[in-house]
Write a protein that binds this ligand. Structure first.
Ligand code: NDP
Ligand code: GUA
Length: 481
C-alpha cells in the first residue's frame, strides 16, 4: 500500500521492529480477498520488551506537567485529522467499512485525544474536612502505571484512541495489541507518535498471537492495568487472569442491544435511527441493535417502511462512492449470520428482505429484515454482529421492558417515544449502561461509554474515562499542633 502510515513492523520503545523470518501474520482486505501485507507474529519475549520500554518511560512521562502531556494529545489529534483521508483509506482497506464511516472513525478517534487533552489539565485532588484539629486530609490522583490494551477489528483506530488518549493524559505509558485482522491502523499510531515527537516507550504497538501476549500482560508485574474491548468470553478470561495480581481492568464486552419502538413514536425518525443503529459498520458493533421490539399497533407499518429503507442500502467495496455497507470481516462472521437466520426461520420467523450472501460473493451479505421473531430464537440471546434486523412484537410497556432486560448483557439500549413520562420511566427501568431516547447513535467522547452485567466494567470517554487510569492516594498530615 502506498502510504507512509502503512508499516509492517511493530513499534516498541520508539523503534520499528520488523518481522523475524517466517513468523508473520498475513493481513487481508475483506472487500477483495487480496493480501495487504504481513505483520510480525511476536510473542512473550517481545511483549516483555515492550512492557520494559513502557516502564522505563513511565517516571519521566508521569512527571511532565499535565499541560505538556495535553499538548502531545492535542498534537496526536491534529496529526490524525491532518491525515484523515489517508488513514481512513488504510482503515477501509483492512477492515472493510465504507470510506465515509472510516473517515468518521478517524475523526471520532481524534476527538478522544482532544477530549482527554482537555481533561488532563483538570485532574484535581481534594481536601477532606478533618475530624481532628491537628491533622489534615488530602486526596491526590496518580497515574496507575503501565497500561496494556487489547482491541478488536471493528474500530481499529477509535478503540485504541479511547484507551490510549486517556492513558497518556493520565500519565500512563501504553502497550497496544491490536486485532490481527486490522493491525495497520494501530501501527499508524507509531508513525504519528514519531511525527509528534512522543517520548520513546510512551506508546508501543505489538502484533502477534493473542494468548502469549495476553499472558505476559497479565503476569508481568510491571503492567498495572489491562483494558480490553472484544468478546465477553475473552474478556472474562482476561479479567480472571489480571485479578491474580489485582491489576486494574476495564472491559468493554459484548452487547445484545434492544431498540424499542412504541406506538406513539415518530415512525420515520425511528426508521432512520434503526438504519443507523443496526447497519452502521454492517452491524458489526457492540452497540448495534440486536433486537428490535415493536409495539403491535405500528408493527406492520414500521416493518414496511424499514424494509424500504433497507432496500435502499448500497452494498459494495467501501472504497467505492456511495456504498453504505461493506463486506463482513471474515467467513466466520458470515456463518454466524447464516446460523442466526436459519435458526430463526426454522422456528417460524419470516424474511422480509435479504437473507442470503450477496451476489458480490466473498463475505458480502445482504442487509436482512426478519419479522415474527421470538425469544426462543438464537438471535434473541446471542449477538449477531452482522446486518440482520429481527423484529419482535410486544403489547405493553411492561412487556417491552421485560423483554429488553431479558439478557445477561447490558451495554447499549434505545427506544423511541414522544411521551415524556414514558421516556423517564423506561430509561430508569432499562438495565443498561447506556440508553438513547429517540436517537440511533449514542457514541461521543464526552459521554461515558460502557456497560453493566456481562457487558463489562469501566467507562471510556467523558470525565469518568480518566478515573479508570488514575489511583486515588489519601494523604494524612499530622503534627500540626
Ligand atoms: N465489544 C466489541 O466491541 C466486540 C465484540 N465482539 C464480539 O465477539 C465476537 C467474536 O469476535 P472476535 O474478533 O473473535 O473477538 P475477540 O474477543 O476474540 O477479539 C478481540 C481481541 O481480543 C484478542 N484475543 C483473541 N483471543 C485472545 C486471548 N485468548 N487472550 C487475549 N486476547 C485475545 C483478539 O486478538 P486476535 O485478533 O489476534 O485474535 C483481538 O485483539 C463477535 O462476533 C462479537 O460478538 C467482537 C469484537 C468487538
Ligand atoms: O463496537 C464497539 O466495540 C464500540 C462501538 C463503537 C462506538 O460506537 O463507540
Amino acid at each position: 500500500m502506498d502510504s507512509r502510515f502503512f508499516r509492517q513492523a511493530c513499534f516498541i520503545g520508539g523503534e520499528w521492529l520488523a518481522d523475524s523470518a517466517d513468523a508473520v501474520i498475513e493481513v487481508t482486505n475483506p472487500a477483495t480477498g487480496e493480501n495487504l501485507g504481513t505483520v510480525p507474529d511476536l510473542g512473550r519475549e517481545e511483549t516483555r520488551k515492550a512492557i520494559a520500554a513502557a516502564s522505563e518511560a513511565f517516571p519521566a512521562w508521569r512527571a511532565k506537567p499535565a499541560a505538556e502531556r495535553a499538548k502531545y494529545c492535542h498534537d496526536i489529534h491534529d496529526a490524525l485529522m491532518d491525515h484523515q483521508d489517508e488513514l481512513g483509506e488504510l482503515l477501509t482497506r483492512e477492515m472493510g467499512k465504507p470510506l465515509n464511516e472510516a473517515k468518521g472513525e478517524i475523526a471520532y478517534g481524534a476527538a478522544f485525544f482532544k477530549w482527554f487533552a482537555e481533561e488532563a489539565i483538570r485532574i484535581y485532588g481534594d481536601v477532606i474536612p478533618s475530624p481532628w484539629p491537628n491533622k489534615r486530609i488530602v486526596v491526590t490522583k496518580e497515574p496507575v502505571g503501565v497500561v496494556a490494551s487489547i482491541t478488536p477489528w471493528n474500530f481499529p483506530t477509535a478503540m485504541i484512541a479511547r484507551k490510549a488518549a486517556a492513558a497518556l493524559a493520565a500519565g500512563c505509558p501504553i502497550v497496544c495489541k491490536p486485532a490481527s485482522q486490522t493491525p495497520y491502523s494501530a501501527l499508524a499510531y507509531g508513525v504519528i507518535a514519531e511525527d509528534v515527537g512522543l517520548p520513546k516507550g510512551v506508546l508501543n504497538v505489538i502484533t502477534g498471537s493473542p494468548a502469549p501476549i495476553a499472558d505476559e500482560f497479565c503476569e508481568n508485574p510491571d503492567v498495572k492495568k489491562i483494558t480490553f474491548t472484544g468478546s465477553t468470553a475473552i474478556g472474562k478470561q482476561l479479567a480472571a487472569n489480571a485479578m491474580k495480581q489485582m491489576k486494574r481492568v476495564s472491559m468493554e464486552l459484548g452487547g445484545n442491544a434492544p431498540l424499542i419502538i412504541f406506538d406513539d413514536a415518530d415512525i420515520d425518525r425511528a426508521v432512520e435511527g434503526a438504519i443507523a443503529c443496526k447497519f452502521r459498520n454492517a452491524g458489526q458493533t457492540c452497540v448495534c441493535a440486536n433486537r428490535i421490539l415493536i409495539q403491535s399497533g405500528i408493527y406492520d407499518r414500521f416493518a414496511e417502511k424499514f424494509a424500504a429503507a433497507i432496500n435502499d442500502l448500497k452494498i459494495g467495496n467501501g472504497l467505492e462512492d456511495g456504498v453504505d455497507q461493506g463486506p463482513l470481516i471474515d467467513d466466520k462472521a458470515v456463518k454466524k449470520v447464516e446460523e442466526h437466520i436459519d435458526d430463526a426461520t426454522g422456528k417460524g420467523a419470516n424474511i422480509v428482505t435479504g437473507g442470503s450472501r450477496h451476489q458480490l460473493g466473498g463475505t458480502y451479505f445482504e442487509p436482512t429484515l426478519l419479522r415474527d421473531v421470538t425469544s426462543e430464537m438464537l438471535i434473541a440471546n446471542d449477538e449477531t454482529f452482522g446486518p440482520v434486523a429481527p423484529l419482535f412484537k410486544f403489547e405493553t410497556e411492561e412487556e417491552a421492558i421485560k423483554l429488553a432486560n431479558d439478557t445477561e448483557y447490558g451495554l447499549a439500549s434505545y427506544f423511541y417515544t414522544k411521551d415524556l413520562g414514558r421516556a423517564w420511566r423506561v430509561m430508569e427501568a432499562l438495565e443498561y449502561g447506556m440508553v438513547a431516547i429517540n436517537e440511533g447513535i449514542l457514541s461521543t467522547p464526552v459521554a461515558p461509554f460502557g456497560g453493566v452485567k456481562e457487558s463489562g466494567v469501566g467507562r471510556e470517554g467523558s470525565k469518568y474515562g480518566l478515573e479508570d487510569y488514575l489511583n486515588i492516594k489519601y494523604g494524612l498530615f499530622g503534627g500540626l499542633e
